[in-house]
Design a protein around this ligand. Structure first.
Ligand SMILES: Cc1cc2nc3c(=O)[nH]c(=O)nc-3n(C[C@H](O)[C@H](O)[C@H](O)COP(=O)(O)O)c2cc1C
Length: 352
């Protein structure tokens, strides 16, 4: 059934298909009988899937990665699809429209995507209001145990030297409404952003956000999302910093700028697409290498959210065995469809 729908969707330009599919799902979920059918077909609940981490209870360890619901519009619908958690964002202080379109490309033969979205989002004020409204609704009319993380970043026109101000502003604005935070310094599509992964630049951002966090009555978990293209030395520096600043964990990993993986898509097509982050199947091994390195170096002390190329339950289990406490899908959702969380949950349960 999904193969048929996917073939239809793939006739549309990728970004249009994304919004068309999500708006349709969201609309469907407004009608109780349709919502029930979707929930019955897509979610899979079992007490053994529950995961307690950072004082939060995840109903299952399968999340949706940042960038899918950048503006916190689709949380109700995503909850119906059985995800244990959704990471909204990347949110920046001011709204921004992102890079010129087209900026999202399918590499169908490779089960991959290339994107150079550039942090298009409605800005922290609008997103905070939307998230607060959703919280309000779930506290009254529609209870939900979906965990919502906020992935935060800096505006394109904020110089790197002032980046910590943007991260602090987003953190403070979303503090009351998000369950956990991810500092995104690893997207390839904001010029210079990845330079913030360098030791001293990162220390400035992380320590300022942690200062703000520890000034609150109940500090929230703060994680850092890293690129899969880092050297071992750079990862060692990040681990050291994460331990010194008491980060709650790492998200491993973001998309890759590398094109060294053998792709079925022709070089001419790849060149024509141009710059951007590659995600999906070709990212799986590369993100696993980094995940495994981080887990070994930290002796599994630092919780990891495993992200990169997960399509099946077996792949999720492999990441968990390597050291991930939770996992996230993104590109796999596009190719495998709305049953992905349920399928992965079933396999995780069987593997226990
Ligand atoms: C279109 C698109 C937009 C994305 N936007 C963001 C983003 O705003 N912030 C972020 O941290 N990651 C973003 N990501 C990265 C994903 O969250 C995820 O880490 C990455 O795609 C690897 O997982 P996958 O192979 O399962 O897709 C984006 C990915 C895609 C495909």
């Amino acid at each position: 059934m999904y193969t048929f729908l996917r073939n239809l969707m793939f006739q549309l330009e990728p970004e249009k298909a994304h919004y068309f599919a999500m708006n349709s799902l969201q609309m469907g979920c407004r009608f109780a009988p349709i919502k029930k059918i979707i929930q019955q077909n897509c979610s899979y609940n079992h007490p053994k899937l529950e995961k307690k981490l950072w004082g939060l209870t995840f109903k299952n360890p399968v999340g949706l990665g940042a960038g899918f619901d950048k503006n916190a519009i689709y949380l109700g619908a995503l909850d119906c699809l059985g995800f244990g958690f959704v990471e909204i964002g990347t949110v920046t202080p001011k709204p921004q429209s992102g890079n010129e379109k087209p900026r999202l490309f399918r590499l169908t033969k490779d089960k991959a995507l290339i994107n150079r979205m550039g942090f298009n989002n409605d800005g922290v004020v609008a997103i905070q209001e939307r998230l607060a409204m959703w919280r309000n609704k779930t506290n009254t009319k529609h209870p939900s145990n979906l965990i919502v993380g906020a992935n935060i970043g800096k505006n394109k026109d904020t110089p790197n030297e002032e980046a910590s101000l943007d991260y602090c502003l987003c953190f403070n604005s979303l503090y009351d409404t998000a369950d956990y935070f991810v500092l995104n310094v690893s997207s390839p599509n904001t010029p210079g952003l990845r330079a913030l992964q360098e030791k001293e630049a990162l220390r400035e951002i992380v320590s300022k956000v942690q200062n703000a966090n520890y000034g609150k009555t109940k500090p929230k978990p703060i994680l850092l999302k890293i690129a899969p293209d880092l050297s071992n030395q750079a990862i060692d520096d990040i681990i050291e910093l994460a331990e010194q600043t008491q980060l709650s964990g790492l998200v491993v990993s973001n998309t890759t700028i590398g094109r060294e993986t053998l792709l079925h898509t022709s070089k001419a097509q790849i060149d024509a697409i141009g710059a951007g982050g590659l995600s999906g199947a070709p990212l799986y091994q590369k993100s696993n290498t980094i995940l495994s390195y981080v887990a070994t170096q930290t002796q599994h002390r630092l919780p990891i959210i495993g992200s990169g190329g997960i399509f099946t339950g077996e792949q999720a289990v492999e990441k968990i065995k390597m050291g991930a406490s939770l996992i996230q899908v993104w590109t796999g959702f596009i190719y495998e469809g709305p049953g992905i969380a349920k399928n992965i949950c079933k396999t995780i349960l069987q593997s226990e």
